[in-house]
Design a protein around this ligand. Structure first.
Ligand SMILES: [Zn+2]
Length: 804
């Protein structure tokens, strides 16, 4: 949740025969450009699974929440009395986002009612709607324009329009509007629709007063899915002013590059953008304008392929980073949960648009199990929720609480955990049923007078069983995930097919009551490498990401994993490796963990590609710092660190190579002016203990030196020549015990087999600067790598040949 985009704050689901109720509100306008259709949430009943456990805790929370506390600031905003205790956190009476959670609550109550049939949720939702209607009716008495409804004054809208500082007023109004629409569509509230239509008219009134430029400037402030909810409303009412209001929130700065399939997402607040694109696909469904569809499809492809962690989440510190930066962006603030909530909503709409493209539901499954399911605290009776899911090694999940958090992800968490039945089954409007997810459930397909019961312990077992009750001719289209090689389908015990992975398998038949379809879904143990570092990998079983359990042990670097040591335990989906237990990440709570591992014996300590960033691509999080005017310049590959020869250098974190008797440093250098005693690198504690490499010593040649006793104690490797000026040159020094070897352009140029010195600590670890008052480096450095082992001659030659 962006704070004005300048900064950010650092089961008891009913089981049994499903009853479809109430008659869902009928959309005035059918969606165009769709080839699959959702069932009403009320047509699907969940059977016992991890999802019902999560849903049950959230349901308890929905029952627990005090309506008057959730309406306190709404009442005060229009001069109605309230004696309720004020909420805390992001719902405190002074927080500019106040009111957003009440919108989430409306959606959650509507969904819980539709999912379970328990009218207590409907009643509670109706109570809130009634008070919101009272507050809206007092708008003019409170000095607001007609239709305005919020827990904060309308002056917040003046501020966002006038580009004055304010958090995200339309973001909050979107949550309330979406909640009202859900109360109408899922819980049959006519009053909710009336209030929403009044809000929509107010939105149009506000925006009609602005110029296009003023509106577009305003859209730089996070506004949630205003275009989505207004388009959804248009589909219900058929009122063209609702579509026009939606389109006033089309943000050209974000849509234009996406329409031409450009990835311009770097440094954009992630969860500000996803709802805009969700609005775009709904605008396609409402208008048929293919540009909206292209924006959504391109965005989905870009985000899922180039900005997504193994668990299906995205963003570091809430922001998109440069494409393919994954291992170099592991922190305690990765993978904001709202982002996956919104990505799943987008994915679902794209599935409806192109249901033959199996990547959509493969991704849905990945993010659903590994991010959404994984982000609720199972030890909390009320389903407390993660904000971020840390993906740095040694991270730990932290959670919201009853009344003093109300962060954005707490709100979307209420929603995610009350709609697990929504994407398991779809139909094609005729005689085909999609089976997309392997979640125990019962579908009532009223149009064909059949029920489909799905029994499975997936993902703990790689199989599922579908039982048909009722009769008739129809087809099942079963998702065979890309991970499920070797699938077999049996019908009533007889082998029917062995379908390929990564496609839908069709079973067409005239069904009779009691027919049974068994699907085996072999779940292999695999690893997924990060886009930016092949040796940084996550371990998966089928689609399920495993987390290594580290108890109270914080980690300062990626744990090393020998894949050959992975051994299954008696517990499903649980493995051990090197004394560490790996368990499904969705079950990892209350202790430190690592999702990513250093694989293949790699002992990379840090890797700086300097591609416009000081990020450490090793996955170890050792971000460097630019000092004294250091910048970026075109590099040997991508960009490089640019140093001016007078003030500029880069500082790496302390501790690098401290105490190491086996290590390597490899880098590319393009030296503009070769100055005696300048440094490519110099790691140490000062002039007493260090290890450095200079392009030219006073002896006239390149030199590596290491000492724990000042310059008089230096042990050296002298090259036969100085490093050249003006050309990219690969330089590496390796040390294995007493043997040090210096390489230039992939070939050994000198060695010293009598090294004994090893600095015990390193606190000043610099690129381009000496521990002494020597000249600063004038030139550029690229792909600086440090290892805790000696690279072989072949490995050094490989780095040189690769150009990276
Ligand atoms: Zn959030």
């Amino acid at each position: 949740m962006s704070l004005t985009r300048r900064t950010f704050l650092a089961g008891s689901a009913a089981v049994g025969a499903a009853v479809v109720f109430p008659a869902p509100a009928v959309a005035a306008r059918p969606d165009t450009g769709v080839a699959a259709f959702a069932f009403p949430l009320s047509a699907v009943r969940l059977l016992t699974s991890p999802f019902t456990a999560n849903a049950g805790r959230t349901q308890s929370y929905l029952q627990f929440l005090d309506v008057d506390r959730m309406l306190h600031t709404f009442r005060l905003n229009v001069g109605l009395g309230s004696t309720a205790t004020a909420c805390g956190g992001w719902e405190s009476p002074t927080t500019e986002l106040r009111g957003h959670s009440t919108g989430h609550l409306l959606t959650a109550l509507a969904q819980a009612y539709a999912s379970t049939g328990d009218t207590a949720y409907q009643t509670k939702g109706n109570q809130i709607v009634t008070v919101l209607a009272q507050c809206q009716a007092r708008a003019s008495a409170a000095g607001f324009n007609t239709g305005y409804l919020s827990a904060f004054p309308e002056s917040f809208i003046d501020r966002v329009e006038q580009r004055q500082s304010v958090w995200a007023p339309y973001y909050t109004l979107h949550k309330i509007m979406a909640g009202l629409l859900d109360m109408h569509l899922l819980a049959g509230s006519a009053q909710a629709l009336t209030v929403l239509v009044g809000m929509a008219a107010w939105v149009k009134f506000r925006n009609d007063r602005l110029t296009l430029t003023q509106r577009q400037n305003m859209l730089d402030t996070e506004f949630g899915g205003m275009n989505e909810v207004l388009t959804n409303l248009y589909q219900v009412t058929g009122d063209a002013t609702h579509l026009a209001a939606a389109q006033q929130f089309d943000h050209a700065e974000v849509f234009d590059p996406l329409a031409s399939n450009q990835d311009a997402l770097n440094n954009y607040h992630a969860n500000t953008q996803i709802p805009k694109v969700l609005g775009a696909i709904r605008e396609f469904h409402a208008t048929g304008t293919t540009r909206y569809r292209d924006i959504a499809v391109n965005f989905w492809d870009i985000v899922t392929r180039h900005h997504t962690y193994a668990i299906g989440g995205n963003s570091n510190g809430e922001y998109f980073k440069a494409a393919d930066r994954i291992a170099s962006e592991l922190s305690d603030t990765t993978a904001e949960c709202c982002n996956s909530y919104n990505m799943l909503k987008l994915t679902r709409q794209l599935f409806l648009t192109d249901p033959s493209r199996i990547e959509y539901m493969d991704f849905y499954e990945r993010a659903l199990y590994n991010h959404i399911l994984a982000s609720q605290d199972p030890s909390s009776a009320h389903g407390f929720q993660c904000y971020y899911v840390p993906l740095r090694a040694g991270g730990i999940k932290t959670y919201s609480n009853d009344y003093n958090s109300f962060v954005c992800c707490h709100g979307t968490g209420m929603e995610s955990n009350t709609k697990y039945g929504e994407s398991i089954y779809f139909h094609d409007g005729a005689s085909t049923l999609y089976v997309n997810l392997f979640i125990p459930s019962v579908l009532t397909w009223s149009a064909r007078s059949v029920t489909i019961r799905q029994d499975t312990s997936f993902p703990e077992a790689g199989s599922t069983r579908l039982t048909v009750t009722g009769a008739g001719a129809f087809s099942l289209r079963i998702r065979i995930p890309a991970w499920a090689a070797g699938t077999q389908i049996r019908v009533n015990g007889a082998v029917f097919s062995s379908p390929a992975a990564g496609a839908y398998a069709t079973v067409s038949r005239t069904w009779v009551s009691g027919d049974v379809v068994d699907v085996t879904l072999p779940m292999a143990l695999t690893r997924e490498a990060t886009n930016d570092n092949a040796s940084v990998q996550a371990v998966k079983v089928g689609p399920i990401v495993l987390g290594g359990l580290f108890g109270t042990s914080n980690l300062t670097a990626l744990p090393v994993l020998d894949p050959a040591s992975l051994a299954p335990t008696a517990t499903p989906l649980q493995y051990t490796a090197g004394g560490v237990v790996l368990a499904p990440f969705y079950k990892v709570h209350g202790q430190r963990y690592s999702v990513y591992w250093s694989i293949g014996g790699s002992t990379l300590v840090a890797h700086y590609p300097f591609d416009g960033s000081v990020a450490d691509a090793s996955g170890n999080g050792r971000t460097a710092t630019l000092v004294g005017g250091a910048a970026y310049v075109s590099g040997r590959s991508g960009q490089a660190l640019d140093l001016n020869g007078s003030t500029a250098y880069a500082s790496m974190p302390g501790g690098l190579l401290a105490g190491a008797t086996n290590f390597s440093v490899a880098l590319w250098a393009r030296i503009d002016t070769v100055t005696t005693w300048s440094r490519l690198f110099d790691l140490g504690t000062g002039t007493g203990a260090y290890l450095f490499l200079t392009p030219r010593s006073s002896a006239g040649t390149a030199r590596f030196a290491i000492t724990t006793a000042g310059s008089g104690g230096e042990q050296r490797i002298d090259a036969p020549a100085a490093l050249p000026a003006g050309v990219w040159t690969h330089v590496a020094v390796t040390r294995s015990g007493g043997l040090g070897v210096l390489y230039v352009n992939g070939a050994e140029v000198a060695r010293n087999a009598a090294l004994t010195a090893t600095p015990a600590s390193t606190t000043q670890n610099w690129l381009g600067r000496s521990q002494y008052a020597d000249p600063y480096l004038d030139g550029a450095l690229d792909n600086v790598r440090l290892y805790h082992r000696a690279l072989s001659a072949a490995e050094v030659a490989g780095l040189y040949t690769s150009g990276t």
